[in-house]
Design a protein. Structure first.
Length: 324
């Protein structure tokens, strides 16, 4: 019953105390557990306000965020937890030159039961997981990974298509610097008959580390680099995942200037698409996804962002939920 307290079944031992640094850390069964709990939470968002009672969650965000920060914040509060929000790095002693190590040790010393961290450096989340004993959840580590985004992305595909197996998934845009792309590619590699199509000019193509992983896992993928091949690629897709040009990660600003505006998804491009094609985007969008798509059934991206809340509530419940 909506509103009724029913903490029971969402508390499970499977992921208790675990770090979530990479999408590679999760098996298909574990992902299934996260989805089960997320579904339960979604059906009764106000019904689990004891799950984090007495628990403290630190949100250490050293890069801008709207969705990830606020959904983790609201998730923890809705589950009855205390939140320490450190999302203005310039107001912390990091600005005075304090190391990440010392900062993490302080959070640990004040009794943080879980640390959610976003940081511009690849490897930062793994480093954090190595130096503190509380579980660390990666909320974005440079261009490397964004695993909780990938979890909500796969949840979106499941909710909208009814299945993930057999999905033909196109990823379009800045595949080189986007961290959501590797995490999503890693996560969908757990499913059967998934086909990936990386649609981007050569300068923005997916990184070799991702290709190697997919190769090892026998996941079929193609790279579409030529403009004239895009219509044919789009026509085969069940899902098109669009990404923003990651301006802040370009080592050379002139390269960003050269590539900006080199792709845009609009209704013209979608005229080749199946009527059931779902368009996803981790957001924020800048100018790569036309707002005219918002009014069509192709637009999955706002629901996708909304699913971030039950998914992050489920992650907290599973990793640090109260069992007493
Ligand atoms: N919000 C996502 C991220 O932090 C995608 C983006 O910024 O383009 O990776
Ligand atoms: N999708 C995502 O990570 O959004 P934010 O950068 O706004 O958190």
């Amino acid at each position: 019953m909506p509103g009724e307290q029913s903490a029971g079944p969402i508390i499970r031992e499977d992921l208790r105390g675990r770090d979530l640094v990479s999408a590679k850390d999760l098996t298909r069964d574990e992902l299934g557990i996260v989805f089960e709990v997320a579904k339960e939470v979604e059906s009764n968002l106000d019904g689990f306000s004891n799950v984090l009672r007495g628990r403290r969650v630190a949100l250490l965000f050293a890069e801008p965020s709207t969705r990830t920060f606020s959904s983790f914040y609201i998730a923890a509060r809705r589950l009855g937890g205390d939140v320490l929000p450190l999302n203005e790095p310039e107001m912390t002693s990091l600005t005075k030159g304090e190391t990440l190590y010392d900062t993490l040790k302080m959070l640990e010393g004040y009794g943080a039961d879980c640390i959610v961290m976003r940081h511009p450096s690849r490897g930062a989340a793994r480093f954090a997981a190595d130096v503190v004993s509380a579980p660390v959840i990666n909320a974005g580590s440079g261009s490397q990974e964004h695993p909780t985004q990938a979890i909500l992305d796969v949840y979106t595909i499941l909710k909208k298509r009814g299945k993930v197996n057999g999905t033909s998934l196109g990823m379009l845009g800045d595949l080189r610097f986007s961290r959501t792309v590797p995490s999503l590619a890693y996560l969908v590699s757990n499913f059967d008959d998934v086909e990936l199509h990386f649609i981007a000019p050569t300068a923005l193509q997916v990184r070799q580390e991702v290709e190697l992983y997919l190769h090892d896992r026998n996941v079929r993928y193609t790279k579409v680099t030529k403009q004239q091949d895009i219509p044919d690629a789009i026509s085969r897709l069940d899902v098109l995942y669009v990404t923003r040009l990651q301006k802040e990660r370009f080592p050379d600003p002139s390269e960003y200037e050269r590539l900006r505006g080199s792709y845009k998804v609009d209704m013209g491009m979608l005229r080749y698409a199946k009527s059931t094609l779902g368009v996803m985007h981790p957001l924020p969008r800048v100018d790569e996804l036309d707002t005219e798509i918002d009014r069509t059934p192709h637009a999955w991206y706002f629901d996708q962002a909304r699913y971030g809340l039950p998914i992050r509530m489920a992650i907290f419940a599973l990793v640090v939920g109260e069992t007493r």
